[in-house]
Design a binder for this molecule. Structure first.
Ligand SMILES: [Fe+2]
Ligand SMILES: [Fe+2]
Length: 260
């Protein structure tokens, strides 16, 4: 199975880039399953129910989220009833929605998608290592193919997380920083890994937001309104090839598709 995993979608430009790239790569046979981190899809802040459905209807098979999960309150109902959307599994147990899901992928192969969030330079949450381990050990009916989106700030935490789950899942991909890293590889026990997928949105920006506004805020130390930028739009992510019989990854390739 060839799986496209798309980095954080930012605003309208990001949504367009994600859908166009996914459609094109699917049409030419480069991929047959698509996940996307959509935590910044609604003008940079979370994702609304309508926008999430738009992405799912346009051919994104599964959506993952992150620290911006609760920015749009109307996503909560959809998180409860839509099995194709996951939020970090290590949020507090009383939070709505699910932290992992198992979907039927191409050829009837089951694909499990797990979302987790880091604890280094981020808000306090449950232990992501133990949370994901518990899912892998205790949950019934998981797919052979297991994809983990680890949403974190610190490269060190993401590297250790990837190595910890090497051989237990098909892929661990990092999200959240909006900057792609050049360390994609197959780890020793067969897990595809990258520290960060990058961003799907306007690259002429401060990680998606209007550069002048962010610069002014950094210089003055004063808060400012950060609109989503709109130039040099691209989809960034990886294409992972997984052996359906073993769940092991065979290849991982970084991709950037620029919006014409
Ligand atoms: Fe984030
Ligand atoms: Fe993000």
């Amino acid at each position: 199975m060839k799986i496209l995993m798309i980095g954080d979608i930012v605003g309208g430009p990001g949504r367009r880039a994600a859908v166009q790239a996914a459609t094109r790569l699917r049409a030419d046979g480069s991929v047959d399953f698509v996940t996307a981190n959509a935590e910044n899809s609604a003008a940079g802040r979370g994702v609304t129910a309508a926008l999430a459905m738009e992405l799912l209807d346009a051919g994104i098979d599964a959506i993952t989220l992150g620290d911006h999960t609760w920015d749009q309150r109307d996503i909560i109902g959809l998180l409860e009833r839509e099995p194709r959307i996951v939020r970090p599994a290590n949020f507090a147990p009383e939070c709505p929605g699910r932290g992992f899901t198992t979907l039927e992928g191409p050829g009837g192969h089951k694909v499990t998608i797990i979302n987790a969030i880091g604890r280094v330079f981020m808000k306090p949450v449950e232990d992501p290592f133990r949370t994901v381990r518990r899912i892998l050990e205790k949950e019934q009916g998981l797919g052979k193919i297991i994809l983990v989106d680890f949403h974190g700030e610190a490269t060190s935490e993401k590297v250790v997380f990837g190595r910890y789950f090497d051989g237990m899942v098909s892929a661990v991909v990092g999200t959240h920083t909006h900057i792609p890293t050049a360390d994609e590889r197959i780890l020793p026990k067969g897990t595809a890994y990258i520290t960060d997928l990058g961003m799907t949105g306007p690259r002429d920006s401060a990680i998606g937001r209007d550069l002048a506004a962010v610069t002014a805020s950094m210089l003055s130390g004063m808060p400012n309104k950060f609109e989503v930028a709109d130039k040099d739009v691209a989809m960034e992510g990886v294409i992972i090839e997984v052996d359906e019989a073993t769940g092991r990854a065979k290849k991982i390739r970084r991709v950037r598709e620029t919006l014409p």
